[in-house]
Design a protein around this ligand. Structure first.
Ligand SMILES: Cc1cc2nc3c(=O)[nH]c(=O)nc-3n(C[C@H](O)[C@H](O)[C@H](O)COP(=O)(O)OP(=O)(O)OC[C@H]3O[C@@H](n4cnc5c(N)ncnc54)[C@H](O)[C@@H]3O)c2cc1C
Length: 812
């Protein structure tokens, strides 16, 4: 019997697992009392109830780590706050490495976590053995110890969050199923349930593995898929105590913790079992899936290697419970781009217990504040392209992503499944030239071209990869002759209409009211002055603009622009598929294009920062004089059906000029030497243009979103600023996320790093904090070091880019 079903709520949360309860709890802590949580069965009865309850803080990226840190903090205090026990214990955790490369990975993770105040300590196998006496250690390379990690009881923790939410004013109703989403125009306005309709200002989809189906009720893509996930619990074993830390042996795919005097052992096998292909059954409640010992065998065998006592331990329980996974192993948070006021927190990839606290808090702040209070790009639902909600794509990828949780997080690692889905029309031609592809937002992109006997495939390593000499040759060709990039994955939008200029002037930091044919580099800012989007805009007509952004940010940036238009007489059209983009970059690019075009490409006639249509071979293309590699060059926007012909002409004309195909690894090295920033790495919602050294792209003379915040910042000293670093030692590789030390004080984190093939050493950039201000004098002084895998390396710091700081080559 359901009582007190209201007709309206300010927020309706769908789903009473740990995530929904956390969202409701955090909404009430922010003062919102009119919160209604609807759960189709009982609280925690979906996936939450059977979770192993591990609460780890170390995650694969800095933002996920930042969010996960809060889990242990909240769960520790929740019992005192609500009176409901959570079962949380700070037992610490040990992650062991069987190989030298895994140890590097663990130490790199430890270095990154240090930037966020997580206490992580590399320890020897012997020390690990003392903390975990039942573990075999003679085959280990090392371990890391995180004393602040813990474990919790998932059901009790969910109930504690629910109690906290109720105390804060929320209404929680069980046995109410949401059956539909009501909408008016492009906004959600309520839910349909099996107990009547409820109007709502905001709706939050926290339906776990039902989340995709609930999304479909609203026309919203929620790309997740369920998979089976297994653990066993043994009878009590001698030597197992309540104080035993959580143990992760990721090379053996397993995790282990104490459970009522026995051991709970589960893991993430390399080839997983997707589940729920025909939908998640309606009757599923406190349910488990059938045991599958054959499938579990790979975990059992590995567990017995690490803990020999498990070989003879009687198994008390075998748990096979479904959990939802996303195509990139990160959960989804945020307002859906397809429907206003419809938020999502789902797809928790087996870390939902640990992540629910941070995710719930971040989403509640987003709902209450109207925008995220911190950079949440790693988990932003807008990172997925609509096609990634395709059922076959999800099923195939899910087979792989479960195992990726514990697989080596190799630098440049690419997924093996659901590949070749989104391809440039030049794909096969590039493959014929030895291209090795990586995938971004589903796009297959040539990352490097195999040459000189190098096999055209990735061989992963933390050392110098096999493609290093290939990327170096591509890099050199761009610096010394001419390189050819397929940049078709760039997202392209056409904004047209009488209000286009006025709308963009308000949205963009830079002045876009320029003559047609001019290109403007600009950012879109939030009210805090943080960089939400980093784009180039070409005015292609009086009331028309071609807006270009990176593939990964396509959905996100389009959403920002559409929101910003708010009633303006202007329409945004995605024209990504209409144009293939060829980057012809390098000192001989003018010579090359002149062989194919009668257009005057001289500096006087075609200066940097301009664009125009030119004839090229048989085609008419939009040539834009712009660069992301720091050399003379043009990006050619070619109507897609003409692209193969233009490509063939460019390749033929370039043969005598040293033209080389180049990929995204070379581009990264080139752009870092030149100090070009990358959104999602060096630029994000927490970084302002002034901190990022992009003040030149801000037109303070006009009004725009974020201007007030920038003016305030401009008036004071910059306490945080992007700084360029070059390692003194030519050997170590910077990959990003390395801590920055100045005079033995931790002052920041590298946001992106790569080997600079012109400079012959690794370069990186990252934000440095200094309360009294980061200026040239501070950067020039002091002893700078970058920490790589827990070891520090001396570095040179500077504000200007190490390569061609005056941009003479770009304007050459
Ligand atoms: C075997 C196993 C072990 C795990 N171990 C860990 C661990 O150690 N640490 C960790 O961090 N994570 C772990 N996880 C993952 C964790 O359990 C999940 O990430 C987490 O529980 C997800 O929570 P949720 O609230 O998103 O989903 P759920 O708990 O499934 O909650 C979703 C709720 O929505 C309800 N719902 C669905 N549709 C509707 C509707 N239409 N109307 C109303 N209600 C609806 C469902 O009934 C359900 O209760 C484990 C998972 C498994 C399977």
């Amino acid at each position: 019997m359901v009582e007190r079903m209201p007709s309206h709520a300010r927020v309706v949360v769908i789903g009473g697992g740990i995530v929904g309860c956390s969202v409701a709890y955090h909404l009430t802590t922010l003062g919102w009392r009119d919160v209604l949580l609807l759960e189709r069965r009982d609280l925690s009865s979906g996936t939450t109830w059977h979770a192993a309850g591990l609460v780890g803080q170390l995650r694969s990226s800095h933002n996920l780590t930042r969010l996960a840190r809060y889990g242990a903090v909240l769960y520790e205090r929740l019992e005192a706050e609500t009176g409901q026990a959570t079962g949380f214990r700070r037992c610490g955790s040990i992650s062991v490495a069987r190989t030298a490369e895994r140890l590097i990975e663990l130490k790199r993770g430890a270095s990154m976590a240090r930037c966020f105040g997580v206490d992580v300590e590399p320890i020897s196998p012997a020390e690990a053995g003392k903390l975990w006496p039942l573990m075999r250690t003679d085959d280990l390379a090392g371990a890391v110890w995180i004393p602040g990690d813990g474990r919790t009881n998932p059901i009790d923790t969910t109930l504690a969050l629910a109690r906290g939410a109720r105390t804060g004013g929320a209404t929680i109703l069980e046995n109410v199923t949401v059956t539909g989403i009501q909408r008016t125009g492009d906004a959600a306005t309520g839910v349909r349930t099996d107990h009547g309709d409820v109007g709502a200002d905001m709706i939050v989809n926290c339906a776990g593995m039902w989340g995709r189906a609930v999304g479909q009720m609203a026309g919203v893509n929620v790309p997740l898929h369920a998979a089976e996930h297994f653990y066993i619990v043994t009878e009590p074993l001698p030597g197992v105590t309540r104080e035993l830390p959580v143990l992760r042996d990721t090379d053996g795919y397993i995790y282990v913790r104490e459970e009522v005097g026995g051991l709970l052992m589960g893991g993430f096998e390399p080839a997983a079992k997707p589940w729920g292909m025909d939908g998640i059954p309606a009757e599923f409640k406190f349910s488990l899936l059938p045991e599958d010992w054959e499938h579990f065998r790979v975990l059992m065998e590995q567990a017995c290697v690490r803990i020999p006592a498990l070989e003879t331990a009687p198994v008390r329980r075998h748990v096979n419970g479904p959990e939802s996974f996303t195509p990139d192993n990160r959960y989804m948070l945020g307002e859906a781009p397809e429907l206003r006021n419809f938020f999502v927190a789902a797809g928790f990839n087996s870390v939902g217990i640990a992540s629910a606290a941070g995710a719930g808090q971040a989403l509640a702040e987003w709902i209450v504040g109207g925008q995220p209070s911190m950079d949440l790009w790693d988990v932003d639902i807008r990172r997925f392209a609509p096609f990634q909600n395709n059922a076959r794509y999800l099923r195939e990828r899910t087979r792989e992503v479960v195992g990726l949780l514990y697989a080596m997080h190799w630098p440049f690692r690419q997924p093996d499944t659901a590949r070749g889905v989104r391809r440039s029309v030049l794909h096969d031609r590039l493959a014929g030239r030895g291209a090795v592809f990586g995938v971004v937002a589903g796009w297959e992109r040539a990352n490097w071209f195999a040459s000189d006997g190098v096999a055209p495939r990735y061989v992963y390593t933390y050392g110098r990869p096999s493609w290093f000499p290939c990327a170096a040759a591509e890099h050199r060709a761009v610096r010394e002759a001419v390189g050819l990039f397929d940049q078709s994955s760039l997202a392209k939008f056409l904004l047209q209409g009488p209000d286009a200029t006025a709308a963009l002037q308000r949205l963009y930091g830079n002045d876009v009211d320029v003559p047609p044919g001019r290109i403007v580099y600009t950012q879109m800012l939030n009210a805090r002055g943080g960089i939400e989007c980093d784009l180039t805009v070409t005015r292609v007509g009086v009331d028309a603009y071609l807006i270009v952004t990176i593939a990964a940010a396509a959905g996100h940036d389009a959403d920002w622009i559409r929101r910003g238009l708010a009633g303006a007489r202007a329409t945004l059209t995605d024209v990504t598929s209409a144009f293939t983009v060829l980057g012809v970059m390098g000192p001989r690019s003018r010579e090359l294009l002149s062989r194919l075009s009668s257009a005057d490409l001289s500096n006087a006639a075609f200066p940097f920062g301009t664009a125009r249509e030119i004839e090229l071979g048989y085609a008419t293309v939009r040539a834009t004089r712009i660069t992301y590699v720091g050399e003379l060059g043009w990006e050619l926007y070619v109507p897609t059906e003409l692209a193969a012909g233009v490509y063939d002409d460019v390749v033929a004309a370039g043969a005598e000029l040293g033209l080389r195909h180049a990929g995204y690894h070379a581009m990264d090295s080139l752009r870092l030497e030149k100090g070009y920033r990358s959104w999602g790495h060096d630029l994000g919602a927490d970084d302002t243009p002034l901190e990022a050294g992009l003040g030149f792209a801000v037109a303070f003379k006009k009004d725009f979103v974020g201007r007030e915040a920038l003016l305030r910042q401009r008036d004071g000293a910059l306490a945080r600023r992007l700084v360029m670093f070059t390692l003194n030692d030519p050997d170590p590789l910077l990959l990003g996320d390395e801590p920055i030390w100045r005079d033995d004080v931790l002052v920041g984190r590298i946001t992106s790093g790569a080997y600079g093939h012109t400079l012959g050493r690794s370069i990186g950039m990252g934000y440095v904090r200094h309360p009294a201000g980061v200026d040239a004098a501070l950067v020039r002084s002091g002893r700078w070091e970058l920490e790589i895998a827990s070891e520090r390396f001396a570095a040179r710091a500077q504000l200007e880019p190490p390569y061609d700081p005056k941009s003479l080559r770009v304007r050459g």
